[in-house]
Design a protein. Sequence first.
Length: 215
Amino acid sequence: MGILIEIDDHPLLQLAAIHCRFHAPLGSADSPGWLTDLLSLDTASHRRNEEGRAAIRRMLRHGGYRPSGRGKPASEYLVAAARRQALVSINPAVDALNAASLDGGVPISAIDLALSGRAFEVKICGPGEGYIFNPAGQEIDLKGLLCLHDAHGPCANAVKDSQRTKTGPDTREVLGVIWGSREGGEDLVGTREFLWDLWRKLGGELEEVDQEIRR
């Protein structure tokens, strides 16, 4: 069964997505050294740039969200963590995703497809919407923020993904969602190709994800 993402028409959003099946649960093996080596500013190819960082922030501001401070794009958090040498290994799928995000400067979400449906929509959240984003139970206010939704509600965005659908040791199927901007300041295509190659190198079976723009 294929995966479909319906997207509310947006003047700035450019989305890419990849579906990956792994032959064993993510918790069955640690990330190989060649992958964890990529979680460093010394080895990233530095395709990210200031123009791209600003374009992502403008895209997120469109709905009224303020992408700053603790609410900054996840790609900026990764760069800051790598600069402090504090970017740690999580699991092979997420490490590859983080390496691709760090390299291209584009936020990427990871969804465990066993914890969500297979039909998604992308739209701006309204007042009162939010979700828990970490095991400590902290919640993010999603008002004005562009989010991926499954049948149960919002589950991921370019800032913080929902704890409800995050990957874990038992995960076998992952949806990677790359949050780019039509302004083209960042390399969305290159980031997608990089993530595709990393997941394939890890033994994943990859599929394209259908998108449909709603106008």
